[in-house]
Design a protein around this ligand. Structure first.
Ligand code: GLN
Length: 454
């Protein structure tokens, strides 16, 4: 904890932490010391963590990197952080992210961007997003591990951009209670760590049924660490042909082939598979996620939380809502709320939202058919490129940014577990990640496969 606290101060330029909690950290570290001495050390005892700003942490600012939650200090602790603390973990502070977890570069944060510790000729790169602060902090040793959340790739893409491990568990594996909601049917929290073993241990501490989240599953949590045998002999790995996109950079193609060879050498059987509805995933995601977001974000009205706009003489309550939301939400969040409201509106509901839901069902069925045919895990690239430059996308069409999620959103739409593992470097020397997608509830198998790729 002390070493991380020193590193955190030295690493301020990365913009990874938006709020530090040194007093709490020391108090938790002392308690962890006492437990270690008493030989009563749970799995995460004394492990210094950074916590994504999306998690409500009691008495500690929790703003989802949005001005609209300015000054909000929750009265309660999210289930995930409460479980991590009960397991002995130490919180160093809150980590930067895209506003309300909407983005792929951490540039929509009200705190300003986080920076990737990896560089090319002094050019500053994004750590990815939305869990960009988490990725940057773990990669730069400003914590041992961090929490992330993933609605369409926000754990896996930043993990790939910074050369770390990130797992999005099966939908329902980890409680969403006390995590600021973005798109409730897609959101899952997960660990972002340096190694697969760390991810296995931390996921074990985060997972489990929670009465406070009706979508959390009452399914036993296995010993994920014990599953890391490295033995994948006879396992069937699917390579989905639809993920071989036109214009895919040769380095990504090579990385994918290298990963395939590693799994084959370890005794797995490699099979070509088809997930025919893949090309509809991104459009479906960018209808469903904004639709749910527009509903979830309706609660930020200037009355219940955080920021309220200064009103002029004669302003009514509607003026108050409008001014507060115009001031409090950044451009990307406003775009999502507008898109979401539009696709849910009476005249367009069937054409957009309902259509997207049907597409989602088809995507889910694609995966089910592959798993029914005996495939144990699916291997794909995690991202279409390595980390891009800060500001590079600033003037681009927003859809350019959305294309970053092309390999990851399918997993959220289908509710499956997915992990990103660092497997190599590109010609510029930047990390690249591969993604493994598993059967529902088979995080143990997924972690074991990922372990072989490390
Ligand atoms: N980049 C995606 C989006 O902007 C995913 C975000 C996420 O997973 N939270 O919606």
């Amino acid at each position: 904890t002390m070493a991380c606290m020193t590193a955190m101060d030295a690493g301020d330029a990365l913009g990874a932490y938006v709020h530090k909690t040194p007093d709490l950290a020391l108090q938790q570290a002392r308690a962890a010391d006492a437990r270690l001495k008493a030989d009563d050390a749970p799995a995460m005892c004394g492990i210094p963590l950074g916590i994504k700003d999306l998690f409500c942490t009691k008495g500690v600012p929790s703003q989802a990197a949005s001005n609209i939650l300015c000054g909000f200090k929750p009265e309660y602790e999210s289930t995930v952080t409460a479980k991590l603390f009960a397991s002995g973990a130490v919180m160093l502070g809150k980590l930067n992210m895209d506003e309300f977890a909407m983005g792929s570069s951490n540039e929509s944060s009200c705190y300003g961007n986080a920076v990737n510790p990896w560089k090319v000729d002094d050019r500053l790169l994004t750590p990815g997003g939305s869990s960009g602060g988490s990725a940057s902090a773990v990669a730069a040793d400003l914590c041992l591990a961090a929490t992330g959340t993933d609605t369409g790739g926000s754990i896996r893409q930043p993990a790939a951009f910074t050369g770390i491990v990130g797992i999005k568990p099966t939908y329902g594996r980890v409680s969403r209670w006390g995590i600021v909601a973005f798109a409730s049917s897609l959101d899952q929290a997960g660990p972002m760590t340096k190694t697969v073993r760390d991810a296995a241990i931390m996921l074990g501490a985060m997972a489990g049924h929670d009465m406070k989240d009706s979508t959390s599953a009452d399914i036993p949590v296995p010993d994920f660490e014990a599953a890391l045998t490295g033995d994948i002999r006879g396992k069937k790995i699917g390579i989905p042909r639809e993920y071989r996109m036109d214009g895919m950079p040769a380095e990504i193609e090579k990385l994918w082939n290298d990963g395939t060879a590693m799994l084959r050498d370890a005794g797995a059987e490699i099979v070509d598979i088809s997930l025919p509805h893949t090309k509809y995933a991104l459009p479906a995601y960018y209808v469903i996620a904004p639709a749910e977001a527009s509903s979830n974000l309706a609660r930020y009205d200037g009355v219940r939380y955080g920021h309220r706009a200064k009103l002029a003489q004669g302003d009514g309550i509607v003026d108050m809502y409008e001014k507060t939301r115009a001031e409090g939400f950044g451009a990307e969040v406003q775009r999502r709320v507008m898109v979401g409201t539009y696709v849910l509106s009476a005249g367009f509901y069937d054409a957009y939202y309902n259509r997207a839901r049907k597409v989602r069902a088809l995507i889910k069925r694609d995966f089910e058919q592959v798993f029914e045919a005996g495939v144990d895990a699916i291997l794909t690239p995690a991202t279409p490129s390595s980390a891009f430059g800060l500001g590079e996308m600033a003037n681009a069409d927003p859809v350019e940014m959305y294309l970053n999620d092309v390999f990851t959103v399918t997993v959220n739409l289908a509710g499956l577990p997915g992990i990103s593992v660092p497997v190599g470097l590109d010609a510029k020397g930047l990390p690249l990640g591969l993604q493994l997608i598993g059967r529902p509830w088979d995080e143990a198998g997924l972690l074991n496969h990922a372990h072989v790729l490390e």
